[in-house]
Ligand binder design. Structure first.
Ligand code: NAD
Length: 370
């Protein structure tokens, strides 16, 4: 790679710094063993930023994030900051970051590692080797549409209003992400909406189809109503590869799909912005879990969600598929050796600490690269 990969790491609060320490061991390994030219800066976010600067995200740190090739975040929040004014709460920093970076596509993989298939609430054969990806539109739809609000309609009654609205460009840009990613996978996309009862859903279906017919005829596109998709995800999840859907349905379906895999400590995510004129795109990678204050500082946190988020960073920000595969295979191998943090412990497996999981992972990377 010609230029250094400029990364900003934001460990945040609670278990964030612990799990990010283990990611650092993986990045150190890649720099040492594979010659990756990584230029890693660190920034404060959330409660840790509030303690140092009186705000959960400084303008300087935001500027750093805007300039980085990719941002990797741990987690923010904790009881210490729960009573702060709304504008100062740690969680606000994340919303600001996502908004200013204009991250409109949220990628949530639901992958079941063979060794963890039994941890799913579904039958093992239904989820074994599951590997699906939900692409959720993140900045539009009913969570942001106007008009919105609560009106007084007289007689002691009120009316709550939200507007589910999408435009052609909003639908095209997130569908494009799904189609492009599907090209690197099995080449199948399922677009999910409620076109039977919602005009915005009908537009969604028509526009996804139009983009497909114009530019992505090599991709197998299907359409499904969101309620049916919710059922199909628990009936036969392996029928899917890439699912693309709006903000509201994506919120629910991605959580549903995530739970097929068993544990919060295993779930990575990515949020992508538009491709700039120079071909780069803003991107934020983070585990799905929060700061887990109940286990912070005890060596109990599972660092694999963060390490898998780093694998997504390699894949989606730098097109380093071989390196990303290496990380994912190392995770599979550690699990296959029955080494587990407390959250994924099963009978017959050995409990190890956060740091020991990092050590085991680097050991597997060494073995795979040998
Ligand atoms: P949480 O995800 O932090 O924890 C939920 C449960 O899962 C806890 O029992 C926790 O111990 C466990 N858990 C989570 N991650 C784990 C890991 N890597 N390894 C092992 N166990 C893990 O959610 P919560 O308890 O609802 O929220 C705690 C704090 O995190 C709150 O302040 C919340 O606002 C914040 N939060 C932040 C983010 C984020 O930074 N993206 C997301 C969700 C919640």
């Amino acid at each position: 790679m010609a230029n250094a990969m400029k990364l900003l790491f934001m460990p945040g609060d609670g278990i964030g710094p612990e799990v990010m320490t283990e990611v650092r061991r993986v990045t150190d390994w890649f720099a040492r063993a594979r010659g990756l030219d990584l230029e890693i800066d660190e920034g404060l976010i959330g409660g840790s930023s509030y303690e140092a600067h009186g705000t959960p995200l400084t303008e300087d740190t935001l500027a750093q994030a805007m300039e980085a090739d990719a941002v990797l975040l741990g987690a923010v929040g904790g009881p210490k900051w729960d009573n702060l004014d709304f504008s100062l709460k740690p969680e606000r920093s994340l919303l600001r970051l996502r908004k200013d970076m204009e991250l409109f596509a949220n990628l949530r993989p639901a992958v079941v590692f063979e060794a963890l298939a039994e941890a799913s609430t579904l039958k093992t054969d239904l989820v074994a080797e599951l590997d699906i990806l939900i692409v959720r539109e993140l900045t539009g739809g009913v969570y942001f549409g106007c008009p919105r609000g609560i009106d007084d309609i007289g007689g002691g009654n009120r009316r709550g209003i939200n507007t589910h609205v999408y435009t052609t460009p909003e639908i095209h840009r997130v569908s494009r992400v799904a189609f492009e990613i599907a090209r690197q996978r099995s080449g199948r996309v399922c677009s999910v909406e409620k076109s039977n009862v919602m005009e915005s859903g009908l537009l969604w279906r028509e526009e996804v189809q139009a983009l497909h017919d114009a530019e992505y005829t090599d991709i197998e596109l299907s359409h499904m109503y969101a309620d049916n998709c919710a059922m199909q995800l628990v009936r036969n999840p392996k029928q899917f590869d890439v699912i693309v859907t709006d903000n509201l349905f994506g919120d629910m379906l991605s959580d549903e799909a995530a739970m097929l895999t068993g544990s919060l400590g295993m779930l990575p995510s990515a949020s992508l912005g538009a491709v700039d004129a120079d071909g780069s795109r803003k991107a934020l990678y983070e585990p799905v879990h929060g700061s887990a204050p109940d286990i912070a500082g005890k060596g109990l946190a599972n660092p694999l969600a963060s390490i898998l988020s780093f694998a997504m960073l390699l894949r989606y920000s730098f097109e380093l598929a071989v390196e990303a595969d290496l990380v994912e295979r190392a995770v599979a191998n550690v699990l296959a050796k029955n080494l587990r943090t407390a959250d994924i412990l099963q009978p017959g497996t050995t409990q190890i600490s956060t740091g020991e999981m990092g050590t085991a992972l680097v050991y597997e990377l060494e073995a795979l690269a040998a």
